[in-house]
Design a protein around this ligand. Sequence first.
Ligand code: PHE
Length: 362
Amino acid sequence: MEPQLELLPPEILEAQSAFAERLSACADLDALLRMKGAYVGREGSHAARLMELLKTAPKEQKRDLGAAINALKNAWEEALKTRQAELEATKKAIPAEDATLPPPRPPEGALHPLQRLMDRLVEAFRPLGYHVEEGPEVETEEHNFDGLNIPADHPARGSSDTFYFSARPDLLLRTHTSPVQVRVLKRYGTKNAAGVSLLEEKGGLRFLAPGRVYRKDEIDPTHSPMFHQVEGMLVAKGIGMQHLKGTLAYAMKALFGPGADVRFRPSYFPFVEPGCEMDVRCPLCGGSGCRVCKGSGWVEILGAGLIHPKVLEHAGIDPTVWSGFAFGMGVERTAMMVSQSPDLRLFFENDQRFLAQMGGLD
Ligand code: PHE
């Protein structure tokens, strides 16, 4: 039956005449659902208004009006359904991925920035003939202290500074990488069956020892109970401070670039004599003074000195024949400087966003 449109109010007729055009203008499902609500929704829609109209219509009109309303509502619902199906089909037809985009890359693993810095240091010393030595993180007092001429009453040996094992009081977590000096010196100082030591056989030794060390420090932006050092040592004949200074100045240029500048200040460590600390010119401000160098223009990164005769003697090496130098560099401090990181805890939290930014250590 043809809907008897003349029975309908003018705003409905207008809605009907605009229906087809509006329907084809619905470009997506959202627009279509909005239109559906406006035409056939339960409340406030054109169809709902028509049902109200029907209730109040005079009795004799009810039949024809009801038929007209039903016809119109059915026609709208039918057309809306068809358009909805069309839109759903095109939505499904659009591929979820753009084939012209490069394929997604799975997250790639990478070496930790502290590891990369230690690797770089090792590489800087390789042309100078240094190889890598390792020592255990659980050490004896002999290697960590006695063999390094650290007296029994030295404060660093106290249980407030050093982690000891309650079940094995003779063992501790090494507080620096210097015990590797003692281990390597003992190995090189030991004479073979022919009475010749490795040191004599090779005419000297030079090595780097990167690794973890432990101290009872509270965690704060510049302290952690676990951190890293790189130990370096050279033994030969006739070694003096000039060799130490020349070697470190060379290595710092390899590490920080040709403009790297270093300075040495006298300092004290029981296992070297004379002892010193080395600063590099602050790579952040270039020496003019900033927060990182606390206004001084320089940042301390290592302790060093000429090997104390007692250290050589402890390892069975004659200090009247052999001499050498040693140094111990703080890795976190250097990494913070190179990468301009304000807090060393960032290096241990392994937040992927921080690690991904550590290009400065490449
Ligand atoms: N072991 C010292 C420290 O932990 C550093 C050092 C190493 C000093 C070698 C002199 C020679 O601070």
